[in-house]
Write a protein that binds this ligand. Structure first.
Ligand SMILES: [Zn+2]
Length: 686
């Protein structure tokens, strides 16, 4: 999702025998089961495991969904019939399944989502935005609807019905598959929080019952096996297994549709409707959009067929969108890992559907453009690059966005800004106008540095626990600035190696923040040895898991003229004669202060009046540090962190100091004013 700053998803189960057989019937039973199993396996292989999109499965695929959906554009409803399974790949006997019913977040204004302060701005209407389970049965057709109960694992809010728990008549043993058939009815909301309708525009997301993630012991932070299935919160995103999706959508024939899936076929049904079939492999969610007004543009990048759905009046923006997404595809491919799917759909909603803009669904994302947007404002490109980036962070590397949003939004914002500055200009990846240039990376820093709430909480919070108005600043911007700072310390190529390794180890899995940090530790020590210590935990303990600020400052420069710099007699030289040499004219000191609690290694640049320079490597640990020199030239200016690598430093203005050589008061004043303006701009924009 894009933060507010721009505008603010067998037909088979394999049921192994668990009940003890009567000995005399054992042989017969085993043979029967073997035949059934082989038969089912054959069906399984022919349907679910068949590779259609990629040659090999990319993920474990422990969940699968087949959904027949019908859109009723007048009633603003989607009628769904779903066949799905979940494979218990843990060592636990699991007594229940838990599923998300995200759409119920809008069922009343007392839901956990809508009672969050600030939700009053959403255009919520009573009776809109809900999902009703009409039937729920297991593989044998046993009706389990009576076993469906709402649970509220996060806050106990009895008005919230976004998570269901279904106790199963037969627990799911390790290796077994639970298969379910559900019919449901989803009433879409007036477009709100990236899903819903407006007039004849539809963006259908978070619309079907979806399995939570069963985390076995040792997975992420799980100390024992349990479902990870959080309620839908306003300030939170999602967490899902990589799945197979086979979705067919029936809708009026005049609608133009796009989805997370690859188009498998389209049939006209008569009576003005058509059915579109999609398939998706190894993605974490399935969303779709439909609107009669979309114009369709197509482009390609290497193996990827890109489809852009855009209002016809914005056709002049298509080229900007294609260029941006191809830059992002290229940059991720070179510096992290391949984009594995052969297709990608970009939906650029019309104005009436703008509430759906700026959201990611891996192989489908939404952007926000405007035909009025001047070329020097790169917001449309930025949104596109950002939302595409989630194909990596969230899609391929599927962290738990509920619990560790920084792993997704923060890291993705960091990549977005790198890509913008790389392709559109290092100093102007956000705004590129002759009179105003703002780099992409500046946006995170502006938000973090200028937030009065920057120290009230660390990034070790579940997304909905961030105190008011700090979720976006902490999850997106501070986390991005932390990553920028890490890059400043270890270097850009090391950062790329970290992400190549992260991709190699964790693609199509579910890493935790600690897993990411372990990758950082391994790669940094491989490349840099002990240059930064035995590991980088000191960095993350202070930044992600800390609330301190980083602020190094130059407090002063002292140049003392030696009282007797003249002739000083020293030891005799090799000839035995005493030699008189000139003593140093000056004793000069640069006074540095660590004003924040965060300790980082930092360079200190000392510039002398004769033009010479010394760069001191300081571990940054002491509260105060003096660098003293004796020589015939004075210290003229001092810069702590001259490369401004420590982008967490909350105040770049105090990073420099110079002695004042202007004796004329007016000149001095102008000089100071000029210096102030430059420092102010660097403070705001860098
Ligand atoms: Zn995002």
């Amino acid at each position: 999702m894009k933060s507010r700053r721009e505008f603010t998803i067998l037909k088979i189960f394999i049921l192994l025998p668990r009940n003890k057989e009567d000995p005399e019937n054992a042989y017969l039973s085993v043979m029967k089961l073997l035949i059934i199993s082989l038969l089912l396996l054959a069906i399984h292989c022919s349907v679910s495991l068949a590779q259609i999109i990629n040659d090999q499965p990319l993920s474990e695929r422990i969940t699968w969904y087949s959904i027949d959906a019908t859109l009723d554009p007048d009633e603003k409803k989607v009628y769904g019939s779903m066949d799905a399974y979940w494979i218990n790949n843990s060592d636990d006997v699991v007594p229940d399944v838990q599923m998300h019913l995200y759409m119920n977040a809008f069922r009343s204004n007392k839901t956990t989502f809508l009672r969050r302060p600030g939700s009053s701005t959403l255009r919520w209407q009573q009776g809109e935005g809900c999902i009703d389970i009409k039937s729920f049965s297991d593989r044998q057709g046993k009706d389990l609807l009576g076993n469906v109960q709402y649970i509220r694992p996060d806050d106990g809010n009895v008005y919230d019905s976004t998570v269901i728990r279904v106790m199963l008549p037969d627990p799911v043993s390790p290796g077994d598959t639970f298969r379910v058939k559900i019919s449901f009815e989803t009433r879409l909301p007036l477009i709100s929080w990236r899903t819903g309708y407006n007039d004849d525009f539809f963006f259908v997301a978070q619309w079907f019952p979806k399995f939570g993630v069963y985390e076995s012991e040792g997975m992420r932070y799980a100390v024992k096996g349990a479902w990870n299935c959080h309620q839908f919160h306003k300030e939170s995103e999602f967490y899902s297994n990589h799945s197979l999706y086979e979705v067919s959508i029936t809708l009026p024939a005049e609608y133009v549709a796009g989805s997370c899936g690859m188009l498998m076929g389209e049939t006209l049904n008569g009576e003005g409707t058509k059915t579109i079939s999609y398939r998706a492999e190894d993605i974490v969610d399935f969303a779709w959009t439909a609107w009669p007004g979309y114009a369709v543009y197509k482009d390609t990048w290497k193996h990827v067929n890109i489809t852009l759905l855009i209002p016809p009046e914005r056709s002049n923006q298509a080229e900007r969108q294609f260029r941006a997404v191809k830059y992002a595809l290229e940059y991720f491919d070179e510096n992290a890992g391949p984009y594995p799917w052969p297709y990608l759909t970009i939906a650029d909603p019309p104005l009436k559907g703008i509430g759906a803009g700026g959201m990611e669904y891996t192989t489908l994302f939404t952007t926000i453009s405007s035909y009025l947007m001047p070329a020097f404002i790169l917001t449309p490109e930025q949104v596109t690059v950002h939302e595409f980036g989630h194909a990596y962070f969230m899609g391929i590397i599927a962290s738990n966005e509920f619990e560790e949003p920084w792993l997704d939004e923060g890291i993705n914002s960091f990549w977005e800004q790198r890509i913008m500055d790389h392709y559109y200009g290092p100093g102007y990846g956000f705004i590129n106008h002759p009179l105003l240039k703002i780099p992409g990376k500046a946006q995170s820093r502006i938000s973090y540095v200028n937030s009065p709430l920057r120290q009230i909480v660390s990034n070790a919070e579940y997304s909905w626990n961030y105190p008011q108005k700090t979720y976006a600043m902490m999850s997106y911007q501070k986390a991005s600035v932390i990553m920028q700072t890490l890059m400043g310390i270890v270097g850009e190529e090391t950062i790329n190696e970290i992400f190549r390794e992260y991709y190699r180890l964790w693609a199509f899995r579910h890493p935790s923040g600690r897993d990411f940090i372990n990758v950082v530790n391994d790669v940094v020590s491989r490349i840099h040895g002990n240059t930064f210590g035995t590991d980088m935990n000191w960095f993350f303990d202070q930044t992600i898991y800390g609330t301190g600020i980083c602020d190094y400052q130059v407090t002063g420069i002292t140049n003392s003229k030696n009282p007797h710099p003249g002739d000083i007699t020293v030891l005799p030289d090799s000839s035995g004669s005493d030699v008189s040499v000139h003593g140093p004219m000056y004793t000069s000191t640069a006074h540095i202060h660590r004003a924040g609690s965060v300790i980082m290694p930092v360079d200190v640049l000392i510039h002398f009046s004769d033009g010479s320079e010394i760069t001191e490597k300081w571990d940054g640990k002491d509260r105060y540090r003096d660098f003293t020199y004796s020589g015939n030239s004075k210290i003229e200016r001092v810069k702590v962190d001259p490369g401004l690598k420590l982008r967490m430093d909350v105040n770049f203005v105090n990073n420099s100091k110079a002695i004042d050589r202007n004796k004329v008061p007016v000149k001095r004043l102008i000089s100071k004013l000029n210096t102030f303006i430059q420092f102010y701009l660097s403070f705001i924009l860098l």
